[in-house]
Ligand binder design. Structure first.
Ligand SMILES: Nc1ncnc2c1ncn2[C@@H]1O[C@H](COP(=O)(O)OP(=O)(O)OP(=O)(O)O)[C@@H](O)[C@H]1O
Ligand SMILES: [Mg+2]
Length: 264
């Protein structure tokens, strides 16, 4: 349902941040986009969300298609209206508003008041802690609760697909696990597609169906989560795992470099 084809993106007409990336998020699936700092993950999400003017971001080539419609030139609010929501890096909740007010803002594109009440109840079912804190100022929530609020707020608009930009950032492993389990449940129960941008490959691949590895603006590898978790290079370079008892040898590193060259 979301198809990105050969996307080339520049900032300020010079910095080439994406060098022709292609990826797909089929209806109702969780797809992980994994990569290190500066790889181009947020740029991908911003481009899909239509956030161009304020960042001087330009689509030089390629296209973004959602539900059969090319959305390269749509404005951010039009993209929200067709069911594509993003949860930006660093959460960006409204710190001085209450939890409930944040959720009300998330529902602004809903026309039906009854839908609002339903969606608020749904958000509280997935995130009971938000119900307990509904009248508190959002800025006083813990980091994990703020991330939950940011996800819940995105859900208020009944999206078809949610893009999450590094939801695990700065959170303790147990909190990450809790949040990722809820994301997985939302995906299964509501059929909402998820594009999950992460540096935490282990957590992301634990719930994703498919994954892409991005490095300096290019997709280096893609595959099912199972295949990526088994892949020797991924295990070593993204999951921090090496074969038990085996020393990291030069040969392995060379193997990786060869593969990288071949893939690029
Ligand atoms: N607003 C901007 N203006 C100019 N260059 C930018 C801008 N935002 C990002 N870039 C550049 O584009 C490239 C990709 O950055 P991006 O933020 O997409 O990476 P990322 O994968 O999200 O990294 P991180 O994990 O650190 O968030 C980097 O080289 C970065 O310096
Ligand atoms: Mg980023």
């Amino acid at each position: 349902m979301l198809t990105v084809t050969n996307l080339e993106i520049t900032y300020n007409d010079i910095i080439l941040a994406l060098k022709g990336i292609s990826l797909r998020v089929p209806k109702g699936r969780i797809v992980a986009l994994l990569g290190a700092n500066g790889a181009g993950k947020s740029t991908t999400i911003r481009t899909i969300s239509g956030i161009r003017k304020t960042l001087d971001l330009k689509i030089e080539d390629g296209q973004v298609e959602f539900d059969g419609q090319v959305i390269n030139d749509l404005e951010p609010h039009e993209i929200v209206a067709i069911g594509l929501m993003q949860v930006p890096e660093g959460r960006r909740i409204f710190a001085e508003l209450t939890v409930e007010e944040n959720l009300i803002i998330g529902s602004y594109s809903l026309s039906d008041r009854r839908k609002f009440v339903q969606n608020l109840e749904r958000a509280f079912t997935y995130f009971p802690i938000l119900k307990a804190r509904r009248d508190q100022m959002a800025g006083y929530l813990s980091g994990g609760e703020q991330q939950m609020l940011a996800i819940a707020r995105a859900l208020m608009a009944d999206p078809k697909l949610v893009m999450l930009d590094e939801p695990s950032l700065g959170l303790a492993p147990l909190v990450v696990q809790e949040i990722f389990e809820i994301i997985s449940r939302i995906n299964q129960d509501e059929g909402v597609g998820i594009l999950l941008v992460e540096q935490n490959a282990t957590a992301a691949l634990s719930i994703a169906h498919h994954g892409y590895i991005i490095e300096t603006g290019r997709i280096m590898l893609e595959g099912t989560s199972e295949a990526l978790k088994e892949n020797r290079d991924i295990r070593e370079f993204y999951l921090g795992l090496t074969e038990v008892g085996a020393k990291k040898s030069f040969r392995d590193v060379k193997h990786y470099k060869r593969r990288k060259r071949w893939l690029s």
